[in-house]
Design a protein around this ligand. Structure first.
Ligand SMILES: Nc1ncnc2c1ncn2[C@@H]1O[C@H](COP(=O)(O)OP(=O)(O)OP(=O)(O)O)[C@@H](O)[C@H]1O
Length: 789
């Protein structure tokens, strides 16, 4: 093998002096870490117990560029080893080395996958241990014994940076919870690094062979992975790819592999998202990594290894899992996994609390402290992590601005696989799939692409994108409800029939808000659906020009979903537009999970249950009553609000000539009841009658919210509820304050009047008395002086 790497044999950049350091490993290290002196260039590879310490020839602080990853960003996007080929290549979007696969132009070329027997550095490759979309891992023999040797095979721009970053992080972790780095040849034409060989199957292999694990094994996995995640957190990293395939079940421990640095923060989760997205935390779908994102993935993983199945996909439903979602799981595990998979990351417990809970469960579960599983404020270490993410240090600088996260559209230049982050598109597809109309997906995608630009499709036809997204989300083909065609029109008809809100297509400017009533909405959407079909045919050709390949489905299949088996349904109306549509599926491109891969993925519970749709139909029917109640109830608070506002207007001086609504029998009675219940002066009855109007409003608004929440099976309160409560409270406050002020003023006026009258009476009396006294006294004096007295 011509590969000259011993541990690292990268060419030095021009002008850099040669020396002992030129044959050392050049994985970037954090600026804060003590850097060890480079080992001798020609020395033997040390045994695993003394791994090569990768160093930066540029000095302890490392050259510019290391800040991207190793200094604590979530994932390095630009890592410079020693200012040489790696760094330059990274900046240029490709590897500047001479090897196949990484060209200076940055354009990906064919990957080189080494064969068994080849030698890389001082390691001879043995059997393949496995591979993902990113790298191949081999059993290899080196001077210190057997190792797992990982070879980069992905040639997309940035993949080398990620690979270098992974090696750097492994080195930094020094075997704590992860395989220990042994040696690296990152500037080899075939970049590689060797790490400790962990014996054993992955957890997904173990599950496939043995089925669900007993509780104590589940807790052991939880314990080991929580420890590993805590180590990562100390280093200010998230893994972001916790899944059964990334945990090796060694006889004595479970080891987390495949460091998530391959998943750049705010960027793609790599091109082979299938199987990864299944475990992805909801906040990652809006590209807002949280310190507890790994907790969510681990929670799902524990559910999977305990039950053999994953809960329904809830990423777009926006709610927590319930016991019913989880399926038959040991009751001891239930509170743990429910807490770990809470929808809002801040409601999930921090790692430390989880470790203590797991320890308690493994010991004496009776001592389980429920407070540990409650939502807890950010820990100091988490705050550090979040700060780094938010301040945009290193790789985090790629985070989209908050304004972009609102609708989260895929940006030009982003890989097509990032469509999974588009909430608008994915939310719509989730609805389509949930209703059982996978066949409407192509139309939805086409319309979406027509709006955002066909280039976002990355050259894929809508049907390919649909297949990709379905595989990525592990949505098994849905069963269309009987009597409906699996098309956009069928979906629209189904929603109309069930009185469900009918979303427009993503691009339509369908004036849903300007029309009222279901009929009007349907009328508005019908042309939209028609337009969608047209757009499907218009957009598709520009995605993937070229002749259809062997895999192109027969025209008849093109009319409907190309991949979904359907239950026999009623006659499906022909759709000539789709039949003639130039959708030209081609062989799955790189990064798309193959059919076998998809089949191997564990299905979501709903996906495996063919009776799901009829069941959900029944649920929807039973929801009908609730919906009617909610609709009726919905008007009551609005009417009450109008009355309360009317009452408010009456408070304005001069407007009190208008009749008081509080005199209506219902409210008057409530005023009387209030006075009796609170033992108040009866004169307060009219005031209480006035206050009863907004109070009644709050109560009915709360009821409406409750009914709605039950119907939608959503926990928590919705914002309209809070809006209503705020309005009502303001009305009550104004009415209360003004009413009280009026009452007090009236009382004061009365008392003033009383006092005035009293004073007047007193004055009059006084004047009269005085007059009489004066008169009497005068008369007396007069009498006294009269001569006849
Ligand atoms: N240290 C190790 N010891 C033993 N086997 C390993 C080791 N590291 C990796 N493997 C095996 O190699 C397989 C692929 O490894 P890894 O997941 O790291 O590759 P990847 O290409 O980065 O994967 P992905 O595409 O999922 O990111 C693993 O599933 C595992 O079977």
């Amino acid at each position: 093998m011509s590969d000259e790497t011993t541990r690292m044999t990268a060419p030095r950049p021009a002008g850099e002096p040669a020396g002992g350091g030129d044959r050392t490993a050049v994985v970037p290290t954090p600026a804060t870490r003590a850097v060890q002196p480079p080992p001798a260039a020609t020395g033997p590879v040390p045994p695993h117990t003394a791994p090569t310490r990768v160093v930066l020839p540029g000095g302890p602080t490392g050259p510019a560029g290391t800040t991207g990853g190793a200094t604590g960003g979530l994932a390095p996007t630009s890592v410079v080893g020693h200012g040489g080929a790696v760094g330059q290549g990274a900046a240029g979007g490709g590897y500047t080395g001479s090897g196949a696969g990484y060209t200076g132009s940055g354009a990906p070329t064919a990957p080189r996958i080494p064969a068994t027997g080849e030698v890389l550095g001082q390691f001879q490759l043995g059997d393949s241990l496995g591979h993902g979309g990113f790298a191949h891992v081999y059993r290899a023999m080196g001077p210190g014994g057997e190792v797992a040797l990982k070879v980069l095979t992905n040639t997309e721009p940035g993949s080398l940076d990620r690979f270098v970053g992974e090696a750097a992080l492994l080195d930094r972790l020094a075997g704590r919870g992860f395989p220990q780095l042994v040696a690296a040849g990152l500037e080899s034409p075939t970049p590689w690094f060797a790490m400790e060989l962990v014996p054993g199957p992955t957890l997904s292999q173990r599950l496939a062979a043995e089925g669900p694990l007993p509780v104590h094994e589940v807790l052991r996995v939880a314990d080991d992975v929580l420890d590993a995640l805590a180590v990562l957190q100390e280093e200010h990293f998230l893994h972001r790819d916790v899944k059964p395939a990334n945990i090796i079940a060694a006889p004595d421990r479970n080891v987390l592999i495949d460091l998530g640095i391959a998943k750049g923060h705010g960027t793609s989760t790599s091109t082979h998202a299938a199987g990864t997205i299944s475990y992805m935390a909801p906040e990652l779908f809006v590209r807002k990594p949280h310190a507890r994102s790994d907790v969510y993935s681990l929670g799902l993983l524990l559910i999977f290894i305990a039950t053999g199945q994953l809960p329904n996909d809830l990423n777009f439903a926006g709610r927590d899992l319930t016991a019913a979602d989880v399926g038959p799981v040991d009751q001891r595990l239930l509170p743990l996994v429910l807490a770990m998979t809470r929808h809002r990351p801040e409601d999930r417990p921090p790692l430390h609390n989880l470790s203590r809970t797991v320890a308690q469960l493994a010991g004496d579960s009776a001592r389980l402290d429920p407070a540990l599983l409650a939502a807890a404020g950010a820990t100091t270490i988490e705050r550090g992590l979040v700060t780094e993410v938010l301040t945009g240090s290193g790789a985090a600088a790629t985070v989209a601005p908050t304004s972009m996260l609102a609708s989260n559209p895929v940006q030009p230049g982003e890989p097509m696989t990032n469509l999974v982050y588009d909430q608008q598109l994915m939310g719509r597809l989730h609805q389509v799939h949930g209703d059982g109309f996978d066949g409407a997906a192509e139309a939805v995608i086409s319309t979406y692409l027509a709006a955002v630009g066909a280039q976002r499709a990355g050259g894929r036809a809508p049907v390919e994108i649909k297949d990709y997204l379905w595989a990525a989300m592990r949505w098994a083909p849905a069963f269309t409800p009987e009597g409906y065609s699996d098309t956009f029109e069928g979906w629209a008809a189904y929603r109309q029939r069930h009185g469900l809100p009918l979303p427009g297509t993503p691009t339509t400017s369908t004036p849903r808000r300007q029309t009222t009533g279901t009929a009007a909405r349907v009328a508005a959407v019908a042309p939209a659906a028609h337009a969608t079909q047209q757009q499907a045919t218009q957009v598709a050709p520009s995605f993937r020009p070229g002749p259809p390949t062997q895999q192109a489905p027969a025209p008849a299949q093109q009319a409907g979903p190309t991949t979904q088996p359907q239950r026999p349904t009623g006659p499906v109306p022909p759709n000539p537009q789709q039949q003639t549509g130039p959708v030209q599926p081609t062989a799955p491109a790189q990064g798309f999970p193959g059919r076998d891969e998809r089949d191997a993925l564990p299905s979501r519970r709903d996906d495996r249950d063919p009776s799901r749709d009829s069941r959900s139909d029944r649920n929807r029917d039973s929801d009908g009553g609730m919906r009617a109640v909610a609709a009726i109830l919905g008007w009551i608070p609005r009417i009450l609000m109008a009355i309360a506002v009317y009452q408010l207007v009456r408070l304005i001086p001069g407007f009190d000539v208008m009749p008081s609504a509080a005199e209506l029998p219902l409210f008057a009675a409530l005023g009387d009841i209030g006075v009796a219940a609170l033992s108040l002066d009866p004169e307060w009855a009219p005031r209480l009658a006035e206050l009863s109007i907004p109070l009644l409003g709050i109560i009915t608004a709360a009821l409406v919210n409750l009914v709605r929440a039950v119907r939608q099976r959503r926990g928590g309160r919705t914002w309209p509820f809070w809006l209503a409560v705020v309005v009502w409270v303001i009305v009550i406050a104004v009415q209360g304050v003004v009413g009280y002020a009026q009452q007090v003023t009236e009382d004061a006026r009365d008392s003033f009047q009383e006092q005035r009258e009293q004073i007047q009476d007193d004055l009059e009396q006084g004047v009269q008395d005085t007059t009489e006294d004066v008169r009497d006294s005068l008369w007396q004096s007069f009498e006294d002086v009269l001569p006849w007295n």
